[in-house]
Design a protein. Sequence first.
Length: 359
Amino acid sequence: MKKVLCLILVFLMLPVTCFAFVACKDKGEDVKNFYTSYKQIADSTQNLTLVEANDTYQLNTNSYKIDIDYSNSSKLSTLVEDESTKYYYLKYFYQQLLDDSLAPLYFFGETISTNSKVSDKQTKELFDNLSTLKEDYENIDYYLGILITSLKATNDETVNLSYLKKLFVQYEQAITSAGNLSALVCNIYFNTVLPNSNFDYSSKIYTQLTDADLGSIAVNTRARLYYYKSVFANIYNQIYIRNNDLASQIVSTSTALPKYQPYTYFSTITSLESQAIETLRTNKQDIYNNIISLYNIQNNFDLAYQHFNLASDKIAYADLDSGSTTDELNYGKIMTEFVNGIAFDSYEILQNLVELLYL
């Protein structure tokens, strides 16, 4: 009799379980909805809008990003274009750094959303990170609204700049969240979606590279550059910006922006078009040497970058001092070894490839 009752209870529970499962799926955590969910963040804000992302590296994609809707304030629109104002940093520093941090989402997000290889675990991680970024966008929208209202109400720069500083701080938080999300997007795109994304030409000698090989190297390297640009943007943020009170310094003084050469280099590239095949043939040996070096670095890069991100989750690099614990100092060491080691090595190789492969 007890067995019969147990079986009845099991069958009664099945519809409830199935309903709960369906309910979870209805919440939108289906990878098919991932990129759309990002774009829809703009719909829930008053001062942000969806615009086409600039495909700097010519991947020939139609991609989108969330940006400030400058039509809501002609005064702010004018101020951000004036290099002599503090508002200039809003568009040409903070928004650009956020865009560079999120480049993998802009250009790989839709492909990820249409790929059946992405697991439920990966999907959950994507949406968890996207949820955090969504909150940051909402905070940006909130402080942007206050700034726009203040610019309309008063010409008191002390008041307006105080709101601008708060907006900068929200951007800094969004940039940190963007680094985490893009690291995950890249890991899924290059290691799950793409088969054999790290191409190995070491079985050949450089004279055996065909025109097709050279063309493939140019295309595949271009896609990787979005990945590395987001990595260098994340490093720049974690080492030089996070908890460094940069927003206050920009608003209150004539401080110079911190420099990090790998990020500076890639953030200033405005166009990448492949060289003519004759030029690629001329550069064949150098291309071969550098692409083999990049392959060897990439075999270890993802894991090293994961360790960097885990360490940055534990500490803010700027907070380290003589009073830091041994664990905190060790996390800091992980970060500096990554930045000064494999990350900088990859930058030097990528810089060579850019000069060899593209106009």
